[in-house]
Design a binder for this molecule. Structure first.
Ligand code: 6GU
Length: 248
């Protein structure tokens, strides 16, 4: 997958995405990322990218012609182009999964008081916000989006299982808490079950802790029902699993 980020402040995006896991994965070719300075498409000797709002008001507005040129320099027939603005649809794990299935994601970072409304209306496929707060610009939002999407791509995380067992996977809202050595610190002990060596018990404990954590911290998230205790297979299946009459 390829990402292209269009921004007035390339260093804000380039730096974080060159470090750590994503930096390594990018260098290894697990995904491609281009970070482009919108000012390269600015007008005149001063490479102007913004202007005062029609109708008056405070602040500056990013120009549609500049943004159009920047998008058109990277756009392909299979591109999905998103604009980051507080007034967008909420970016969450399901949007991340959807974006991870795309061949090319272009992220335009909004800035100043905003972007000329014709960008939203005619040049992008979608407007995305990362939460209900206002940032000075879309750079952190774009970085968050690229991180959340890239880590879902094959070859980015070492352990492919971790993306299936993690928070916000369907039916598993929050992850169970992790522990490592030391076993006891200031009298704070690691739960005995994790030291038991019983993988079945550990897996059950993790699921139940994850559910309890979700109910306590995020009551808004759905929690998958407790699995019914495993029963021996009956010789004569007289009823359906829950004992109700068949064929309901
Ligand atoms: Cl995408 N942009 C800005 N400027 N602020 C935000 C945002 C985006 N998402 C949340 N706040």
């Amino acid at each position: 997958m390829r990402f292209d980020v269009l921004t007035l402040f390339p260093a804000m995006v380039e730096g974080p995405l060159s470090a750590s896991i994503l930096g390594r994965a990018r260098a290894a070719g697990a995904f491609e990322l281009g970070v482009h300075d919108l000012r390269a498409h600015g007008l005149g000797r001063h490479r102007t990218v913004d202007d005062t709002p029609y109708g008056g008001g405070s602040g500056m507005v990013m120009r549609v012609d500049v943004v159009a040129a920047a998008i058109e320099a990277v756009r392909r027939p299979d591109s999905h182009v998103v604009l980051t603005e507080p007034a967008g649809t909420r970016f969450d794990q399901s949007v991340a999964r959807r974006f991870a299935g795309l061949p090319h994601l272009v992220v335009v970072c909004g800035h100043y008081e905003g972007v000329d409304a014709r960008v939203r209306a005619h040049l992008v496929d979608e407007v995305v916000s990362i939460g209900d707060y206002v940032l000075t610009g879309g750079e952190y939002a774009a970085t968050v989006i690229v991180d959340a999407v890239a880590r879902l791509l094959p070859g980015v995380l070492g352990n492919a299982d971790s993306i299936h067992e993690e928070s916000f996977s369907p039916g598993l809202a929050l992850e169970p808490p992790p522990y490592t050595r030391p076993r006891s610190f200031r009298g704070w002990d690691v739960p005995d079950v994790l030291l038991s060596g019983n993988h079945g018990e550990v897996a059950r404990w993790r699921r139940s802790e994850g559910r309890a954590l979700t109910r306590a911290l995020r009551p808004d998230l759905p929690v998958e029902d407790e699995p019914a205790p495993k029963r021996r297979r009956r010789r004569t299946p007289a009823t359906t699993l829950d004992g109700d009459e068949p064929g309901r």
